[in-house]
Ligand binder design. Structure first.
Ligand SMILES: Nc1ncnc2c1ncn2[C@@H]1O[C@H](COP(=O)(O)OP(=O)(O)O)[C@@H](O)[C@H]1O
Ligand SMILES: [Mg+2]
Length: 1081
């Protein structure tokens, strides 16, 4: 057995037992003890097999978070600790994956948490089903239908602050993928009596309070309402506000929800107008007015509320007023009008209010359905959620409780049908041995209520339709006669004498032993409530309203459709709708949530044993556990079973050839599952314990993993091998290429090396041959030399005897002579240049002739100079003399000199005689002009030069204006004492005048001319030519003094930067210094 201990979270850290099926020992005490234990640890959910028991914690628990949803999503039902999500998940998945329509039946007393449970289920399904814009919209609409319906259909009761006062069944429709498509809501029996009267400590429907507290002032004004609850008769005062309920906020939620669901703004407005109208209606009061015939007739007391209500609904006031005073009875084409007394008027008013509200509610449900209904016609899968009022046992039970309890009986029937009876029947069918479990089948109670001949509802209808006076008492009498024998019916007056003395049974009551306990019903009001009468005058008055919604709600008021047939009674309608519901539920796979209320105080942490015990009993939970334990938790047809688990056994895997049943047997035997865990039915295998199933599932899961691993392994092997082969192939190719390349490289290297070696060898060989050849050649030369010397020696030895002692000298002299002869003869043939400046001379032929050679050169030069001179004319001679004089004066003294050597001294540069401008000047000078040129006269003030005509004659020099020829100065040459020039490459010269001479007044002349050499040479030669005059003195110095009129100025020459085109720059540095910067050559 230890092999079967499958670790599941359901069993991990379990408080008590999570599944009552596992409870040991099983008794009512241990059952309740287990519930209490779990409840105390906030474990509000417990399983009985697949049924979920839910305890109302009356406090928020952190078990409905998104993480929880994820935790339970797609998990095995028994895998985690019990939770409503597990059930929702199971239901949703079998809907989605196995295509089975589901219904979730939530039952329990009022306040036990049914509505909350239904919301958890819906929100879970919404969270796990598909996503997407369209789907989300559908979900949102489905979820938002809740607040709207709760506002109009829920109220605070003593048991529950948010008690649903109507039964609700909602079909959620899904497509094949499990995405929600829409839904259909059915409502059952709204407790409309609450509209006009509420028990002590309870409230009217939430919407009235929400409207009054939450609506804006404007809205209230439009609806002619007042915020004050106490102004309205229909609103009970004692619990107008409820702790934990914010009516104003809820109103906003409801309006928002209505918008999401798809209500138009004008529809919302109409709905609110109707709600307001109901409140107004409650304030209409009546007073009696005596009539002549002795009867009282009712009159509306204060017409203001009536007026406002009529305005709201677009009614004509008089029509409604009349409808409250008269009643028209139509019988056999006759109309009889009777007056209403005050009580009847009030009755009529309340009936109108109730009808108005309940019809409004039904309209709301239909309107919501219109919005949320599935838009497609494709086949849908359906999940129904039934949240219907639970069994009710009050002190004072009336028609409503009767109806409600009837409904619960029917639900119990379904439960019995599906879980108990079906199960037993299946065992019988499958031929499984089965010890019958006693359980109470409540079909008999259902029969008591709904039997068409003598059921209580049939009796009631019969009474209501019977002509004559019909009261609740006559109804009870009838019951007393018809049902007296029924074992579940008790009444004081019944023929069954055992109740005659039962004082717990009042006279105007009857008692029914429901499956959940005995309930005492007071007959008062049964007939009325069943009739649910609304005077035709009122419905006709309503139909006349100028209000689209009201008109819609009272179609029977349409005079053209007068229908004399009475409308079906409330009981009849309810029975019919319960019948439809049951049929609907029977087609679906049921999932049960059994809600239990732990205490009556709506308080957390309190667990009232007796209360819980009572609920456990009437919900039949113990029987439920017993059946589960006696039976088998799981069954499955052999084929799918074998198919599912065949991989767990070698014989059945992969194929089993024999009958499937044998296959399953082989399989289970092989797995060593204890025999008592299984029963082999005719077509199905039954597994007793869910854990065995888990064991199988777990094994299968492992096996699947192994199989997956195997497949993976083979696939990976195949893949790797393919990869390997490819790699290998590629490797061979790469290797081949590489080898080729490597060999190529190697070959080239060897080849290179071979060449080097070869070349070395060849070189070495060549050098060797060369060496040999050289040696041979030297040897030959040596031989020749030796031979020559040898011959010489031989000859000399031979001829020595022929020579005298001095023959050597003679030979020598002869040889010398011969050489000289040859030299001179050679000179004769060489042509030499006659130009005196040609320096060329043949190279010396012999070293010993050097002296002769140079001497000959000198002589030749002198000779050719003489030749050259002899060709001179007189003028040329003078010119050369002049040049010679210049050379004597300046050579190596002034840097300007070399440039003048090549220039002929022309003397007249301005062509004085030919130029007419200077004609006058020419005539002024009496002597022959030796030199005429333009010079610059240096201004002593700034060192700048001004052009002047410079004339030199034998006796004086003249300075004249260059342009006009006007004579400026004429100085006789004897007056000049000396000339000063610099050593440099400039044309500056100062003409000094002798002190005391006539021309001395003007001072010395500082002039500049490019032809300085010529000017000064000529000036100097004039002096040397004439014997009477002193030769003019020439100072060559870089610094000299010049006498300008009064002051002496020093002219200083400095070597400037190399020539850059500026030429000579003369600058006056100060009073006494003129600085001339001469560019270095
Ligand atoms: N699971 C729960 N967790 C917390 N509070 C709950 C839970 N179920 C019910 N209640 C509380 O109990 C109150 C009554 O629940 P409700 O579902 O309206 O009862 P029912 O529909 O059976 O009459 C809720 O208003 C809520 O306060
Ligand atoms: Mg409810």
């Amino acid at each position: 057995m230890s092999k079967m201990e499958v670790k599941t979270s359901l069993l991990d850290n379990m408080i008590g037992v999570g599944d009552m099926v596992l409870l040991e020992p099983l008794s009512e005490d241990s059952f309740i003890g287990n519930l209490k234990n779990r409840f105390d640890h906030n474990e509000i959910y417990t399983y009985i097999g697949s049924v979920v028991i839910s305890m109302n914690p009356y406090k928020p628990l952190p078990i409905y978070t998104a993480e929880k949803v994820e935790e339970y999503r797609n998990r095995n039902f028994y895998e985690l600790s019990p939770h409503i999500y597990a059930l929702a998940d199971e239901a949703y998945r079998s809907l989605r994956d196995q295509d089975k329509d589901q219904c979730i039946l939530i039952t329990g007393e009022s306040g036990s948490g049914k509505t909350e449970a239904s919301k958890f289920v819906m929100s879970y399904v919404a969270a796990v089903c598909g996503k997407g814009q369209e789907v989300n919209k559908v979900k949102e609409q489905l979820l938002q239908s809740n607040p709207v319906l709760e506002a109009f259909g829920n109220a605070k009761t003593v048991r529950n602050d948010n008690s649903s006062r109507f039964g609700k069944y909602m079909d959620i429709e899904f497509d094949f993928k499990g995405d929600p498509l829409g839904g259909v809501i059915s409502n059952y029996l709204l407790e409309k009596s609450r509209v006009v009267k509420q028990p002590r400590g309870e409230r009217n429907f939430h919407i009235f309070y929400q409207l009054l507290s939450g609506a804006s002032e404007d809205t209230l004004k439009n609806l002619k309402l007042d915020r004050d609850f106490s102004k309205y008769n229909y609103l009970s005062l004692d619990s107008a506000t409820v702790n934990g309920l914010d009516d104003a906020a809820s109103f906003r939620t409801v309006r928002n929800a209505m918008q999401i669901v798809g209500f138009m703004e004008d529809e919302v407005q109409s709905v609110l107008e109707l709600v307001a109208a109901v409140l107004k209606l409650g304030n209409i009061e009546f007073k009696p007015e005596s009539r002549v015939n002795g009867f009282d007739e009712s009159r509306v007391k204060d017409k203001n509320d009536l007026k406002e209500m009529c305005e709201l609904l677009g009614l004509e006031q008089s029509v409604l007023e009349r409808a409250f005073s008269f009643r028209t009875v139509e019988a056999k084409m006759e109309k009889v009008s009777t007056t209403l007394n005050v009580a009847q008027a009030y009755y009529a008013r309340d009936a109108l209010a109730k009808n108005l509200y309940s019809r409004l509610f039904s309209w709301l449900v239909n309107r919501i359905n219109e919005s949320i209904k599935a838009q497609t016609k494709v086949r849908k899968k359906v999940m129904g959620v039934l949240d219907i009022y639970g069994f009710e046992i009050f002190e004072d039970n009336s028609f409503e409780q009767f109806i409600i309890n009837y409904c619960n009986e029917k639900l119990q029937q379904i439960f019995i049908e599906l879980t108990l009876r079906e199960e037993q029947e299946e065992y019988v069918r499958e031929g499984i041995e089965w010890t019958n479990i006693e359980y109470f089948n409540n079909a008999i109670i259902c029969d008591l209520i709904e039997n068409n001949q003598n059921g209580i509802l049939a009796m009631l209808d019969e009474e209501c339709l019977r002509p004559g006076t019909v009261t609740d008492e006559t109804f009870l009498d009838k019951l007393n006669t018809v049902c007296a024998e029924h074992q579940h019916f008790e009444s004081r007056q019944s023929k069954n004498s055992k109740f005659l003395t039962d004082h717990s049974l009042p006279h105007n009551c009857f008692r029914i032993q429901h499956y959940a306990g005995k309930v005492l019903y007071r007959v008062e009001g049964f007939v009325d409530k069943n009739n649910d009468l609304l005077y035709r005058d009122l419905s006709q008055a309503m139909y006349k309203a100028n209000h689209s919604l009201i008109k819609l709600l009272f179609p029977e008021g349409n005079p053209s459709k007068v229908n004399l047939k009475r409308p079906p009674t409330a009981g009849f309608q309810f029975k019919a709708s319960v019948g439809t519901l049951m049929k609907n539920l029977l087609t679906k796979n049921p999932n049960y949530i059994r809600c239990i209320k732990p205490n009556d105080k709506k308080a957390a942490h309190i667990f009232t044993d007796s209360l819980v015990c009572h609920q456990v009993r009437y919900l039949g939970l113990m029987e439920n556990v017993r059946v589960r334990r006696a039976g088998y938790a799981f069954r499955q047809a052999y084929e799918p079973c074998l198919e599912r688990y065949k991989m767990l056994c070698k014989q059945t895997w992969p194929h089993w050839r024999g009958p499937v049943r044998d296959g399953v047997e082989v399989l289970l035997t092989d797995l060593q599952v204890p025999v008592e865990e299984f029963a082999y039915g005719r077509s199905k295998i039954f597994i007793r314990n869910p854990r065995t199933l888990f064991f199988l599932e777990e094994k299968r899961r492992q096996c699947l993993e192994d199989l997956a691993t195997l497949i993976q392994k083979i696939f990976r092997g195949w893949k790797s091998r393919r990869q390997f082969l490819l790699l290998k192939k590629s490797q061979v190719v790469v290797a081949a290429w590489y080898r080729r390349y490597a060999q190529q490289k190697k070959y080239q290297k060897i080849r290179c090396s071979a060449l080097v070696v070869q070349s070395f060898i060849r070189g070495w060989k060549a050098r060797k041959i060369l060496r040999e050849l050289k040696y041979k050649k030297r040897c030959e030369e040596a031989v020749t030399t030796i031979a020559a010397y040898w011959h010489g020696t031989q000859v000399r030895r031979e001829y020595r005897k022929f020579f005298r002692a001095n023959a050597g000298k003679k030979i020598y002299d002869f040889t010398i002579q011969r050489i000289m002869q040859k030299y001179f003869l050679g000179l004769k043939t060489t042509t030499l240049s006659m130009s005196p400046i040609d320096k060329s001379w043949p190279a010396k032929p012999y070293g010993f002739l050097e002296g002769t050679h140079q001497e000959l050169r000198r002589i030749f030069h002198l000779w050719r100079c003489k030749k050259y001179r002899s060709k001179f004319t007189k003028e040329m001679k003078a010119t050369y003399e002049e040049k010679l004089a210049a050379s004597e004066l300046f050579k190596d003294k002034k840097a300007l000199y070399p440039s003048s050597v090549g220039q002929p001294f022309k003397g007249d540069y301005v062509e004085l005689s030919k130029n007419p401008k200077y004609q006058k000047l020419n005539s002024l000078v009496e002597d022959k002009v030796l030199l005429a040129d333009v010079v610059s006269k240096i201004n002593r003030a700034n060192g700048k030069g001004a052009p002047r005509m410079f004339l030199l004659t034998k006796n004086n020099f003249v300075l004249a204006d260059q342009k006009t020829g006007q004579v400026k100065t004429s100085v006789p040459l004897p007056d000049l004492s000396s000339v000063s020039v610099s050593t440099q490459n400039d044309g500056f010269f100062a003409l000094r005048v002798k002190e005391g001479a006539t021309s001395a007044a003007k001072g010395d002349f500082l002039l500049s001319s490019d032809r300085l050499i010529e000017i000064i040479t000529k000036l100097h030669r004039i002096g040397s030519a004439s014997a009477d005059r002193n030769q003019i003195k020439i100072d060559i110095s870089d610094e000299f003094l010049v006498q300008f009129k009064q002051d002496k100025v020093c002219v200083k020459f400095i070597q400037g930067a190399p020539k850059n085109g500026n030429g000579v720059i003369c600058k006056r540095k100060n009073n006494r210094l003129l600085e001339v910067s001469v560019p270095s050559p």
